[in-house]
Write a new protein. Sequence first.
Length: 155
Amino acid sequence: MNSKTLKIIFSLITLSSGCTTVIASETDGIIKTKSAHSVTETINRLEAVLNKKGMTIFKRVNHTAGANKAGLQLRPTELLIFGNPKVGTPLMQCSQTAALDLPQKALAYKDKKGQVWLIYNDPAYMAERHHLHGCEKAVQKVTNALARFASAATK
């Protein structure tokens, strides 16, 4: 299954689940979901659903706070790094270079117009990037899980 096929499947899953998800482009590998919440609340909600699902939270990074400490300004921007070896290891078994993009990351930020977005790496893009042939089921599992997590965090 190639990247375009996975994107089509993901889009169908997204539409049927009622998620407001946008695949930004065919080449950048980022999935964007509009959030109805602030940046902090979006990340709080994401962290809560990930904890409930038994995921490991490795780090939460508040880029806005970091910018402020450096005397700079940045619209609200927070990153959450998370994962689960039961899910990530099969991807790395297909290609160890997948470890470059694992654990997963999700970024919530407020754009210039005031809209909050939750974005994350498209698993289909990662599969193509790391030649994860034979791992289509694992990639689909990650795709479905990330879509559910994003929906829970942003609705």
